[in-house]
Write a protein that binds this ligand. Structure first.
Ligand code: FNR
Length: 370
């Protein structure tokens, strides 16, 4: 294997190493996978307007998320069942995030428990929540996450039912028998039955609350003091409701294109959400971020930070903790370079004028003067 020089190269390595059922689960999007491609393609249609002759000998990427200081605006999204990728699974991810000085979000459906992940050592961690029909399960889990030192809840709101991921249906995807959804082990909800289609889709249909609504965001606030990030917002309308409902932040996400196909790429939806929140709460983005330039573009459109999903599971599969560290390092280095080459020394110097999008075309541009 030659030297790995970008985050995307881990995908092919993971594909070679992992059983087909596991790789397909990580890689797939819903139905035609139009949104999956668009999450990447949309970034490529946004161009830079770099500024020159600015002293960029010092670049500061530090930032604060919900009051927590981190080393860069690049964080880890929740991805389920990481021990399918590597025996160390979520432990490796937690250690890599902590070494990089950034935030890891742990999935509800992790193969290590909140307590186990906490025991890996210090680190700022968020907990992603799926709301089960049985609210006692939810209340207990939130309490455990709080006690284990998790700092925020990322409430996933785009999954009342599981999107149709055809590879999982064909593969009859189910959690391998030697693993459990560790947070739910003691509650007898840690196993996924084999089904005649996707075992995960059947699990979701049985356990996850389809009736979830804004009133439950209020309910969640009565059972926890942790700040709540609403994960899965794609419109200005919902952004405004999220602010009113007391969300501490919004994650513009289409679940890595695994839920409703033909929703826009997240980078296309970002700006309308940012405008709707009127600076009252921070807006984050995930989906298709693979380059430092992507991070820059998201910040230029108003994001306070981004999260990565698949690059983490692919690099875990390839090299465990070392791989995830490398992914975070490469994105950090690329982002720093993008800042330097566009003339930005700190995150607050990244502005809307540093990029141009296709929807800017109709706006009057400065008239060239000779
Ligand atoms: C996810 N995602 C996800 N989201 C969530 O809220 N809870 C979860 O358990 C999972 N699990 C999960 C597994 C896998 C394999 C993937 C690829 C994604 C969605 C995830 O948090 C994030 O929104 C996307 O992964 C971001 O897109 P990229 O970076 O994968 O393109």
């Amino acid at each position: 294997m030659g030297e790995i020089t970008n985050v995307m190269e881990y995908e092919a390595i993971a594909k070679e190493k992992l059983p087909k059922m596991v790789f397909d689960y990580y890689a797939s999007g819903a139905e035609d996978q139009w949104t999956l491609q668009e999450n990447r393609n949309a970034f490529s249609r946004i161009l830079f307007r770099p500024r020159i002759l600015i002293d960029v000998s010092k670049i500061d990427m530090n930032t604060t998320v919900l009051g927590f200081k981190i080393s860069m605006p690049i964080m880890i999204a929740p991805t389920a069942m990481q021990k399918m990728a590597h025996p160390e699974g979520e432990y490796a991810t937690a250690r890599a995030a902590s070494a990089a000085g950034t935030i890891m979000t742990l999935s509800s459906w992790s193969t290590s428990s909140v307590e186990e992940v906490a025991s890996t050592g210090p680190g700022i961690r968020f907990f992603q929540l799926y709301v089960y029909k049985d609210r006692n399960v939810v209340a207990q889990l939130v309490r455990r996450a709080e006690r284990a030192g998790f700092k925020a809840i990322a409430l996933t709101v785009d999954t009342p039912r599981l999107g149709r991921r055809e590879a999982d249906i064909k593969n009859r995807f189910t959690l391998p028998p030697f693993l459990t959804l560790k947070n739910f082990q003691g509650l007898d909800l840690g196993k996924m039955d084999e089904a005649n289609d996707s075992g995960l889709a059947a699990y979701v249909a049985g356990q996850i609350d389809r009736s979830l609504s804004w009133k439950d965001v209020k309910w969640l606030q009565t059972i926890t003091k942790l700040p709540i990030l609403v994960k899965g917002v794609l419109t200005a309308e919902d952004a405004r409701i999220a602010v009113q409902a007391g969300a501490a932040g919004i994650i513009v996400s289409n679940h890595g294109a695994r839920q409703l196909d033909y929703v826009p790429a997240t980078i296309m939806a970002l700006e309308e959400v940012v405008k709707a929140t009127q600076g009252r709460i921070p807006v984050f983005l995930d989906g298709g971020v693979r380059r430092g330039t992507d991070v820059f573009k998201a910040l230029a459109l108003g994001a306070s930070g981004i999260f990565i999903g698949r690059p983490v599971v692919y690099s875990l599969a390839a090299e465990g903790e070392k791989g995830v560290r490398r992914v975070l390092e490469m994105l950090r280095e690329e982002f720093e370079l993008a800042m330097a080459l566009s003339g930005c020394r700190s995150l607050k110097e990244i502005t809307r004028d540093h990029i141009v999008t296709e929807w800017d075309a109709s706006l009057p541009r400065p008239v060239p003067r000779l």
